[in-house]
Design a protein around this ligand. Sequence first.
Ligand code: PBG
Length: 328
Amino acid sequence: MTYHFPIIRPRRLRNTPTLRRMVRETTLRTDDFIYPLFIQHGVGVRDEISSMPGQFRLSVDQLEQEIKEIDKLNIPAVLLFGIPAEKDPIGLENFADGGIVQQAIREIKRIAPELLVITDVCLCEYTDHGHCGILDDHGYALNDQTLAILQKVSVSHAEAGADIIAPSGMMDGMIQAIRASLDEAGFERLPIMSYAVKYASAFYGPFRDAADGAPKFGDRRTHQMDPANVQEAMREAALDVQEGADFLMVKPALAYLDVIQRVKSAHPELPLVAYNVSGEYSMLKAAAANGWLDEKGSVLEKLLSIKRAGADVIITYHAKDAARWLME
Ligand code: PBG
């Protein structure tokens, strides 16, 4: 391209707010958001998570007010994480009919039947060792034995009334296994949102406080992905498409915008979800609390960037604030 200045002036299209609005390429909508919720046992519990200001651990009786607020803001979905009463090596409460997530699903569907309830399916919040699978004597998460548990958990969530199942444990073959067990139980219409590309990230730190799910020893590098890899992300995403995933997810979001773009380009036919994780939330909240960043401006810019990279849907702790700001 030859350079045509002064004839060509890109600034002409930035002249007025109306013109900018007309040529805007990406728009952020409240319909794009999924809001995570942490549910725990007890009555009257509304504990602020110290490392995640503005986010709370709630008991089931506190859901009425919270869900009505979310529903009123028109946020289409919540993502549930449960904190069990007791932990054990396999995480029995995870697939108990009276488990904390199962109770919360029923309560939310009663309060707001149209609101989508998505459930995180993993072992780490429920196991006493805090790992995402059943362990062998060396502390290795056994893949196929863990799949059998994930199948039970998924069916249990479906029976309680979940609308979408979201497995996050990065076990091989988890989508195929869960699809088979859901179908067998008569839930062939229930979509699976796969945490297809999930990295072993330091940005999950605050979440592990919130959900009390930090590994008691070792780390998650034998199943979560190496942050250095993107070809491997393409392989993980392709496998989950083959296994029947209805949504693909990339997690975290902000430091992985290139991965979001690559996965979306390779699989434009599936909705792509990006998880704007706890660490990404907390660092911005901390900077805003110190007066170092303008919260509204930086949150909306960050969420817009995640969409511009290729995400269709964003799981974010900022969802309620962003929904309010988008209404202004
Ligand atoms: C696992 C799970 C984690 C997150 C979502 N699901 C923690 C982990 O893999 O260590 C992290 C979410 C966040 O940081 O916001 N059940």
